[in-house]
Design a protein. Structure first.
Ligand code: IMP
Ligand code: ZN
Length: 358
């Protein structure tokens, strides 16, 4: 089966985690020539083939809002810590309007080249002080790139704005405000992401309640890490009435039942979970095998293709191989995601007409 040609829907992709190493390298070369960076070359910092980034940040915790993160440091050996890779490195390279535009365009064309026909890209609004860019400008800039791409591509993209678990409530409310302001320009929802060991999610209740009131769709990173997932946290998160949940790994039976009862859309990320050792075992041990029997719609997704190196077409290939799915089952899986997109009915119609039946 030609997995690249298969029309695919990607619903869980973080903008900064989806930038290819080659694209980061191109930005680095320009900045290096101008004497604007002391960071290591991305091809050395994130060598080709290195995908073993893990989510355990216990020794390397970065706290506080983005604006107060320490300045990126010169590193000597490639680090395998996932969250600091962003705060200490990738954000240090993508730190002006030009690089934001360049990387966003590159991410969009990479997804299009992989046969993705509908994408809900997510990003955490980030102020870039050195450029005088406010979070509002950041969102507008990403939306402008999306709008231009949508005009000339089979790939149609919408945007989800992320709340980081390290944020405080005012920052989360700001994300809800931005999502409201830009809902007519392609922002379709909000997300809760970031280090699963950080923060107390109950803080964000007013933000999610407000989003729900305003009709903004909600997706949440759910039960990612065994040592931090508590029944209390999961109950809180389900009370926020998410429309979809991501990862869904360490889930107690009663919570599983509730998810199945609600038929929540599940964003499952195979390679990310294997490489980051978020699951025990390998591809064939992935909880996709359990959830596929439940009737919950599944959107196979990449999470951070720039970090974990597996395109969406490769994720479908891996699923077919390790779970022995035939062509029709693969087509059904890909088509099933249509029903849980945050996009409008007209977009669902477009997708229904183009997704393969077998
Ligand atoms: P950005 O929001 O476009 O800047 O994308 C990078 C951010 O996405 C990171 O700083 C994390 O907060 C978040 N992120 C990416 N992958 C994951 C994940 O697997 N779990 C939780 N958060 C993630
Ligand atoms: Zn994610």
């Amino acid at each position: 089966m030609d997995f690249k040609a298969l029309p695919k829907i990607e619903l869980h992709a973080h903008l900064s985690g989806s930038i290819s190493r080659q694209c980061l390298h191109e930005i680095w070369v320009l900045k290096k020539e101008r004497g604007e960076t002391e960071l290591e070359d991305p091809l050395i910092e994130m060598p080709e083939g290195k995908h073993d980034y893990d989510l355990d940040t216990s020794e390397n915790r970065v706290t506080g809002p983005y604006e107060s993160f320490p300045k990126p440091k010169l590193t000597t050996t490639p680090s395998s810590s996932f969250f600091p890779l962003f705060s200490r490195y990738i954000y240090g390279l993508c730190n002006d309007r030009a690089s934001l535009v360049y990387t966003t365009n590159s991410v969009l064309s990479d997804f299009a080249a992989d046969g993705v026909v509908y994408l809900e890209l997510r990003t955490t609004p980030r102020a870039i002080a050195s450029e005088g860019m406010r979070k509002d400008d950041y969102v507008q800039t990403v939306l402008d790139c999306i709008s231009t791409s949508n005009k000339s591509s089979t790939l149609k993209t919408n945007l989800i704005l992320s709340i980081d678990r390290r944020n405080d409530l005012p920052t989360a409310m700001q994300v809800v405000e931005l999502a409201t302001k830009y809902r007519n320009q392609g922002v379709v929802g909000i997300d809760l992401c970031g280090d699963p060991a950080a923060g107390d999610v109950s803080l964000f209740r007013p933000a999610f309640e407000e989003a729900k009131k305003r009709g903004i769709k909600i997706t949440i990173h759910f039960a990612e890490a065994p040592n931090t997932t508590t029944p209390n946290e999961l109950t809180n998160l389900l009370e926020y009435q998410p429309d979809r949940i991501g990862h869904v790994i360490n889930v107690p039976d009663d919570v599983k039942q509730e998810i199945v009862r609600r038929k929540l859309g599940l964003e499952l990320c195979l390679s990310c979970n294997v490489h980051a050792k978020m699951i025990t075992g390998t591809y064939s041990d992935h909880h996709f095998g359990w959830w596929r029997e439940t009737g919950c719609p599944i959107a196979l997704s990449t999470d951070d293709v720039g970090v974990f190196g597996s395109t969406l077409s490769n994720e479908y290939r891996l699923i077919a191989e390790h779970f022995d799915l035939n062509r029709k089952e693969i087509c059904d899986l890909a088509r099933g995601a249509v029903e849980v997109i945050f996009g409008v009915e007209e977009e669902k119609e477009r997708l229904r007409s183009m997704m393969w039946r077998e």
